[in-house]
Ligand binder design. Structure first.
Ligand SMILES: [Mg+2]
Length: 336
């Protein structure tokens, strides 16, 4: 073909690197010595001499756990951070992670490059490395499974140690993730500063690793809030065989979430208490240790709020400011 002649052939599609090319180009640079360059059948990890390992896994499916149109680097960071939040809940320090990636053929190399860049950014931030993984093609949506390993230098935080009289505490603010999902889905037209703040919290959780480690030996029970404050508190109550009373007015809200609640409390307060994606730590602590918790929070420049009390009688009650019980069953809580 001479230059200038009309062409009947479409422009060539960019040549894909293929599975092994993508691993070499994008994922091998994320590894440390344990991964053996992703060139062997398994990673070989030096076990901590005196410590134990905490291991957790979480899967994100496009269209289920995230909307699907987010930037790939943000999806990568969220996939890693939800696992780090589980390590935080156990009081563990992250070491490394494996990644299993199922991608439809429509996902191109530039998506994978941006995804790997997101992992790179957060690996540096949180001090862990890629240990290995798998990559497959799928006829379904993008599916990301990360398994994270953390080191425990002392006992783990668990859900089963809450005792009557303990205070129920949460870090940060509650409800931003659930309200941010409304923004991500385009369902609510809130002022742009409110919408942006909530959307940011939905896109990118902040795993409370420092707080989790500091609470080992201090908190009587702990977990991270991923499925919704009340649902997750119910897990602690069941595991500890106790009950709880939460003061709705004590649940900490960001200024953006407060704006939304003020616009229609009856509609949005249940969503805040029951919605997911907070990735804050929920823990119980004996009242005589609250000073220690406040000192830890100050040191970490992080808010920690007491929102209720553990009681001996089973069940979960949520009280309004006037002391009356809110009707949880009307919100779809059948357990309580
Ligand atoms: Mg969890």
């Amino acid at each position: 073909m001479t230059s200038g002649s009309p062409s009947s052939t479409p422009p060539a599609a960019p040549v894909s690197l293929g599975e092994f090319g993508r691993i070499r180009r994008f994922f091998a640079p994320l590894t440390g010595p344990a991964a053996l360059g992703l060139a062997d059948d398994a990673a070989v990890l030096q076990a901590p001499p005196d410590g134990r390992l905490a291991i957790t896994t979480d899967t994100l499916v496009a269209g289920v756990h995230y909307v699907g149109d987010e930037l790939p680097e943000m999806v990568a960071r969220k996939a890693l951070r939800v696992n780090l939040s589980d390590l935080a809940a156990m009081g563990a320090e992250p070491i490394g992670y494996t990644l299993s990636l199922a991608l439809p053929r429509s996902v191109d190399d530039s998506w994978v490059a941006a995804f790997a860049y997101g992992l790179h950014e957060d690996q540096r931030r949180f001090g862990l490395e890629l240990l290995g993984g798998d990559s497959v093609s799928t006829a379904g949506p993008v599916t990301i499974t990360i398994t994270a390993l953390g080191r425990l230098d002392g006992p783990a935080l668990t859900r089963s140690g809450a005792k009557a009289g303990d205070l129920i505490c949460v870090s940060g603010t509650i409800g931003d993730g659930a309200l941010g999902l409304e923004v991500a889905m385009g369902r609510e037209a809130w002022p742009s500063d409110v919408a942006e703040a909530l959307h940011d919290r939905y896109l990118l959780p902040h795993p409370r690793l420092g707080l989790g480690r500091a609470l080992v030996g201090i908190a009587s029970a702990a977990m991270d809030v991923s499925d919704g404050l009340l649902q997750d508190l119910h897990h602690i109550l069941e595991a500890s065989e106790v009950g709880g009373v939460v003061q709705a007015g004590a649940v900490p809200l960001s200024s953006a979430a407060q704006w939304v609640v003020d616009s229609d409390q009856e509609r949005w307060l249940p969503r805040i208490l029951a919605g997911g994606d907070d990735y804050e730590l929920l823990f119980t602590v004996s009242p005589d240790r609250l000073d220690m918790v406040n000192m830890i929070a100050d040191r970490l420049t992080m808010a920690v709020s007491a929102i209720g009390t553990i009681v001996a009688d089973s069940g979960l009650r949520v009280q309004a400011a006037d002391g009356t019980d809110l009707e949880l069953k009307q919100w779809g809580f059948r357990h309580f």
